[in-house]
Design a protein. Structure first.
Length: 291
């Protein structure tokens, strides 16, 4: 029997899945459809007997959008648009929930750029970006088009560091799991786990498994050679941030206002630093192994 990986045993999503680069999970797809319904479809009071023709006479904007969808997006004859509104909308819905992930983005981008009412399109794109950020999508609306965000290089950093960290520490994997939990994300503890992963590798490189990160950072240069002062200072400050801000590394009372931006930044920054230390340790002939 094939042995399960650490991520599989821990129930952690692969990084590319967690950040949704080449996929869209059901939660994101449903949220985007709900936003289409809220901004566009629900603007038109309908019943199952409402015909498209009667609806379109009253609402020229939806008429224009449907014609553009059939003619320019689906590349179908416009005279094949079903006369009943509910049927036509069901055709769109069936497509939306069965099409590949990239076509979901193509569809919402098309709608946002082909509906007549500018304020509705602006509202839709703003709300979509809130959803895309919440669901850890790697894409955003920028200037009316959907572009990659964050960069794939950032995700590569996390993937590489996660692979390394599994050899000696569960911290980084746990940080990703807490960040990617759509139902109950725990940003505070995700940050804590990210910096704990850095602490773990620093302890290994320094050869002092019980020292704090602050001490370990000061000992790295004796093992790896001179570190750029700005880089060392940056991580000393990050350690100070996680020690002080909202009690990340200590017990605290009250609610934390740390959010997804904080947790995602720390995951990516700590991953990059782990990869840096691994490369430097290899050059220095230091073997990183579990203590």
């Amino acid at each position: 029997m094939e042995k399960k990986s650490f991520s599989q045993r821990m129930g952690i999503k692969p990084v590319k899945s967690a950040f949704q680069i080449n996929n869209i999970d059901p939660s994101l797809r449903i949220s985007l459809w709900n936003e289409l319904t809220e901004v566009y479809w629900s603007m038109f009071k309908t019943t199952t007997s409402s015909t498209v023709s009667s609806l379109l006479r009253e609402h020229a904007s939806i008429n224009d959008l449907f014609l553009k969808l059939w003619q320019y997006y689906f590349n179908l004859p416009v005279d094949e648009i079903d006369k009943y509104w509910s049927t036509s909308l069901e055709i769109i819905k069936n497509y939306f929930f069965s099409c590949p992930w990239n076509e979901v983005y193509e569809f919402i981008e098309f709608v946002a750029n082909n509906y007549r009412t500018a304020w509705a399109n602006e509202r839709f794109m703003i709300n979509c970006n809130i959803i895309l950020e919440r669901e850890l999508s790697a894409y955003r609306f920028v200037g009316g088009v959907i572009v990659p965000m964050p960069s794939k290089q950032e995700v590569v950093e996390v993937e590489e560091a996660l692979d390394v960290s599994q050899k000696f520490s569960q911290h980084l994997g746990r940080a990703l799991e807490l960040l990617a939990d759509k139902k109950v994300p725990d940003y505070r503890n995700s940050i804590k786990e990210s910096i704990s992963a850095v602490e773990a590798i620093c302890q290994l490189v320094a050869g002092s498994p019980k020292v704090t990160l602050g001490v370990a950072l000061r000992e790295l240069e004796s093992k790896l050679g001179t570190m750029h002062p700005a880089l060392k200072e940056a991580f000393n400050r990050l350690y100070g941030y996680t020690s002080d801000a909202q009690g990340v590394r200590h017990a605290f009372l009250g609610q934390s206002d740390l959010d997804i931006e904080d947790a995602k930044f720390m995951l990516i920054a700590c991953s990059a630093f782990i990869n840096y230390l691994v490369a430097k340790a290899e050059k220095a002939g230091i073997k990183l192994s579990e203590k």
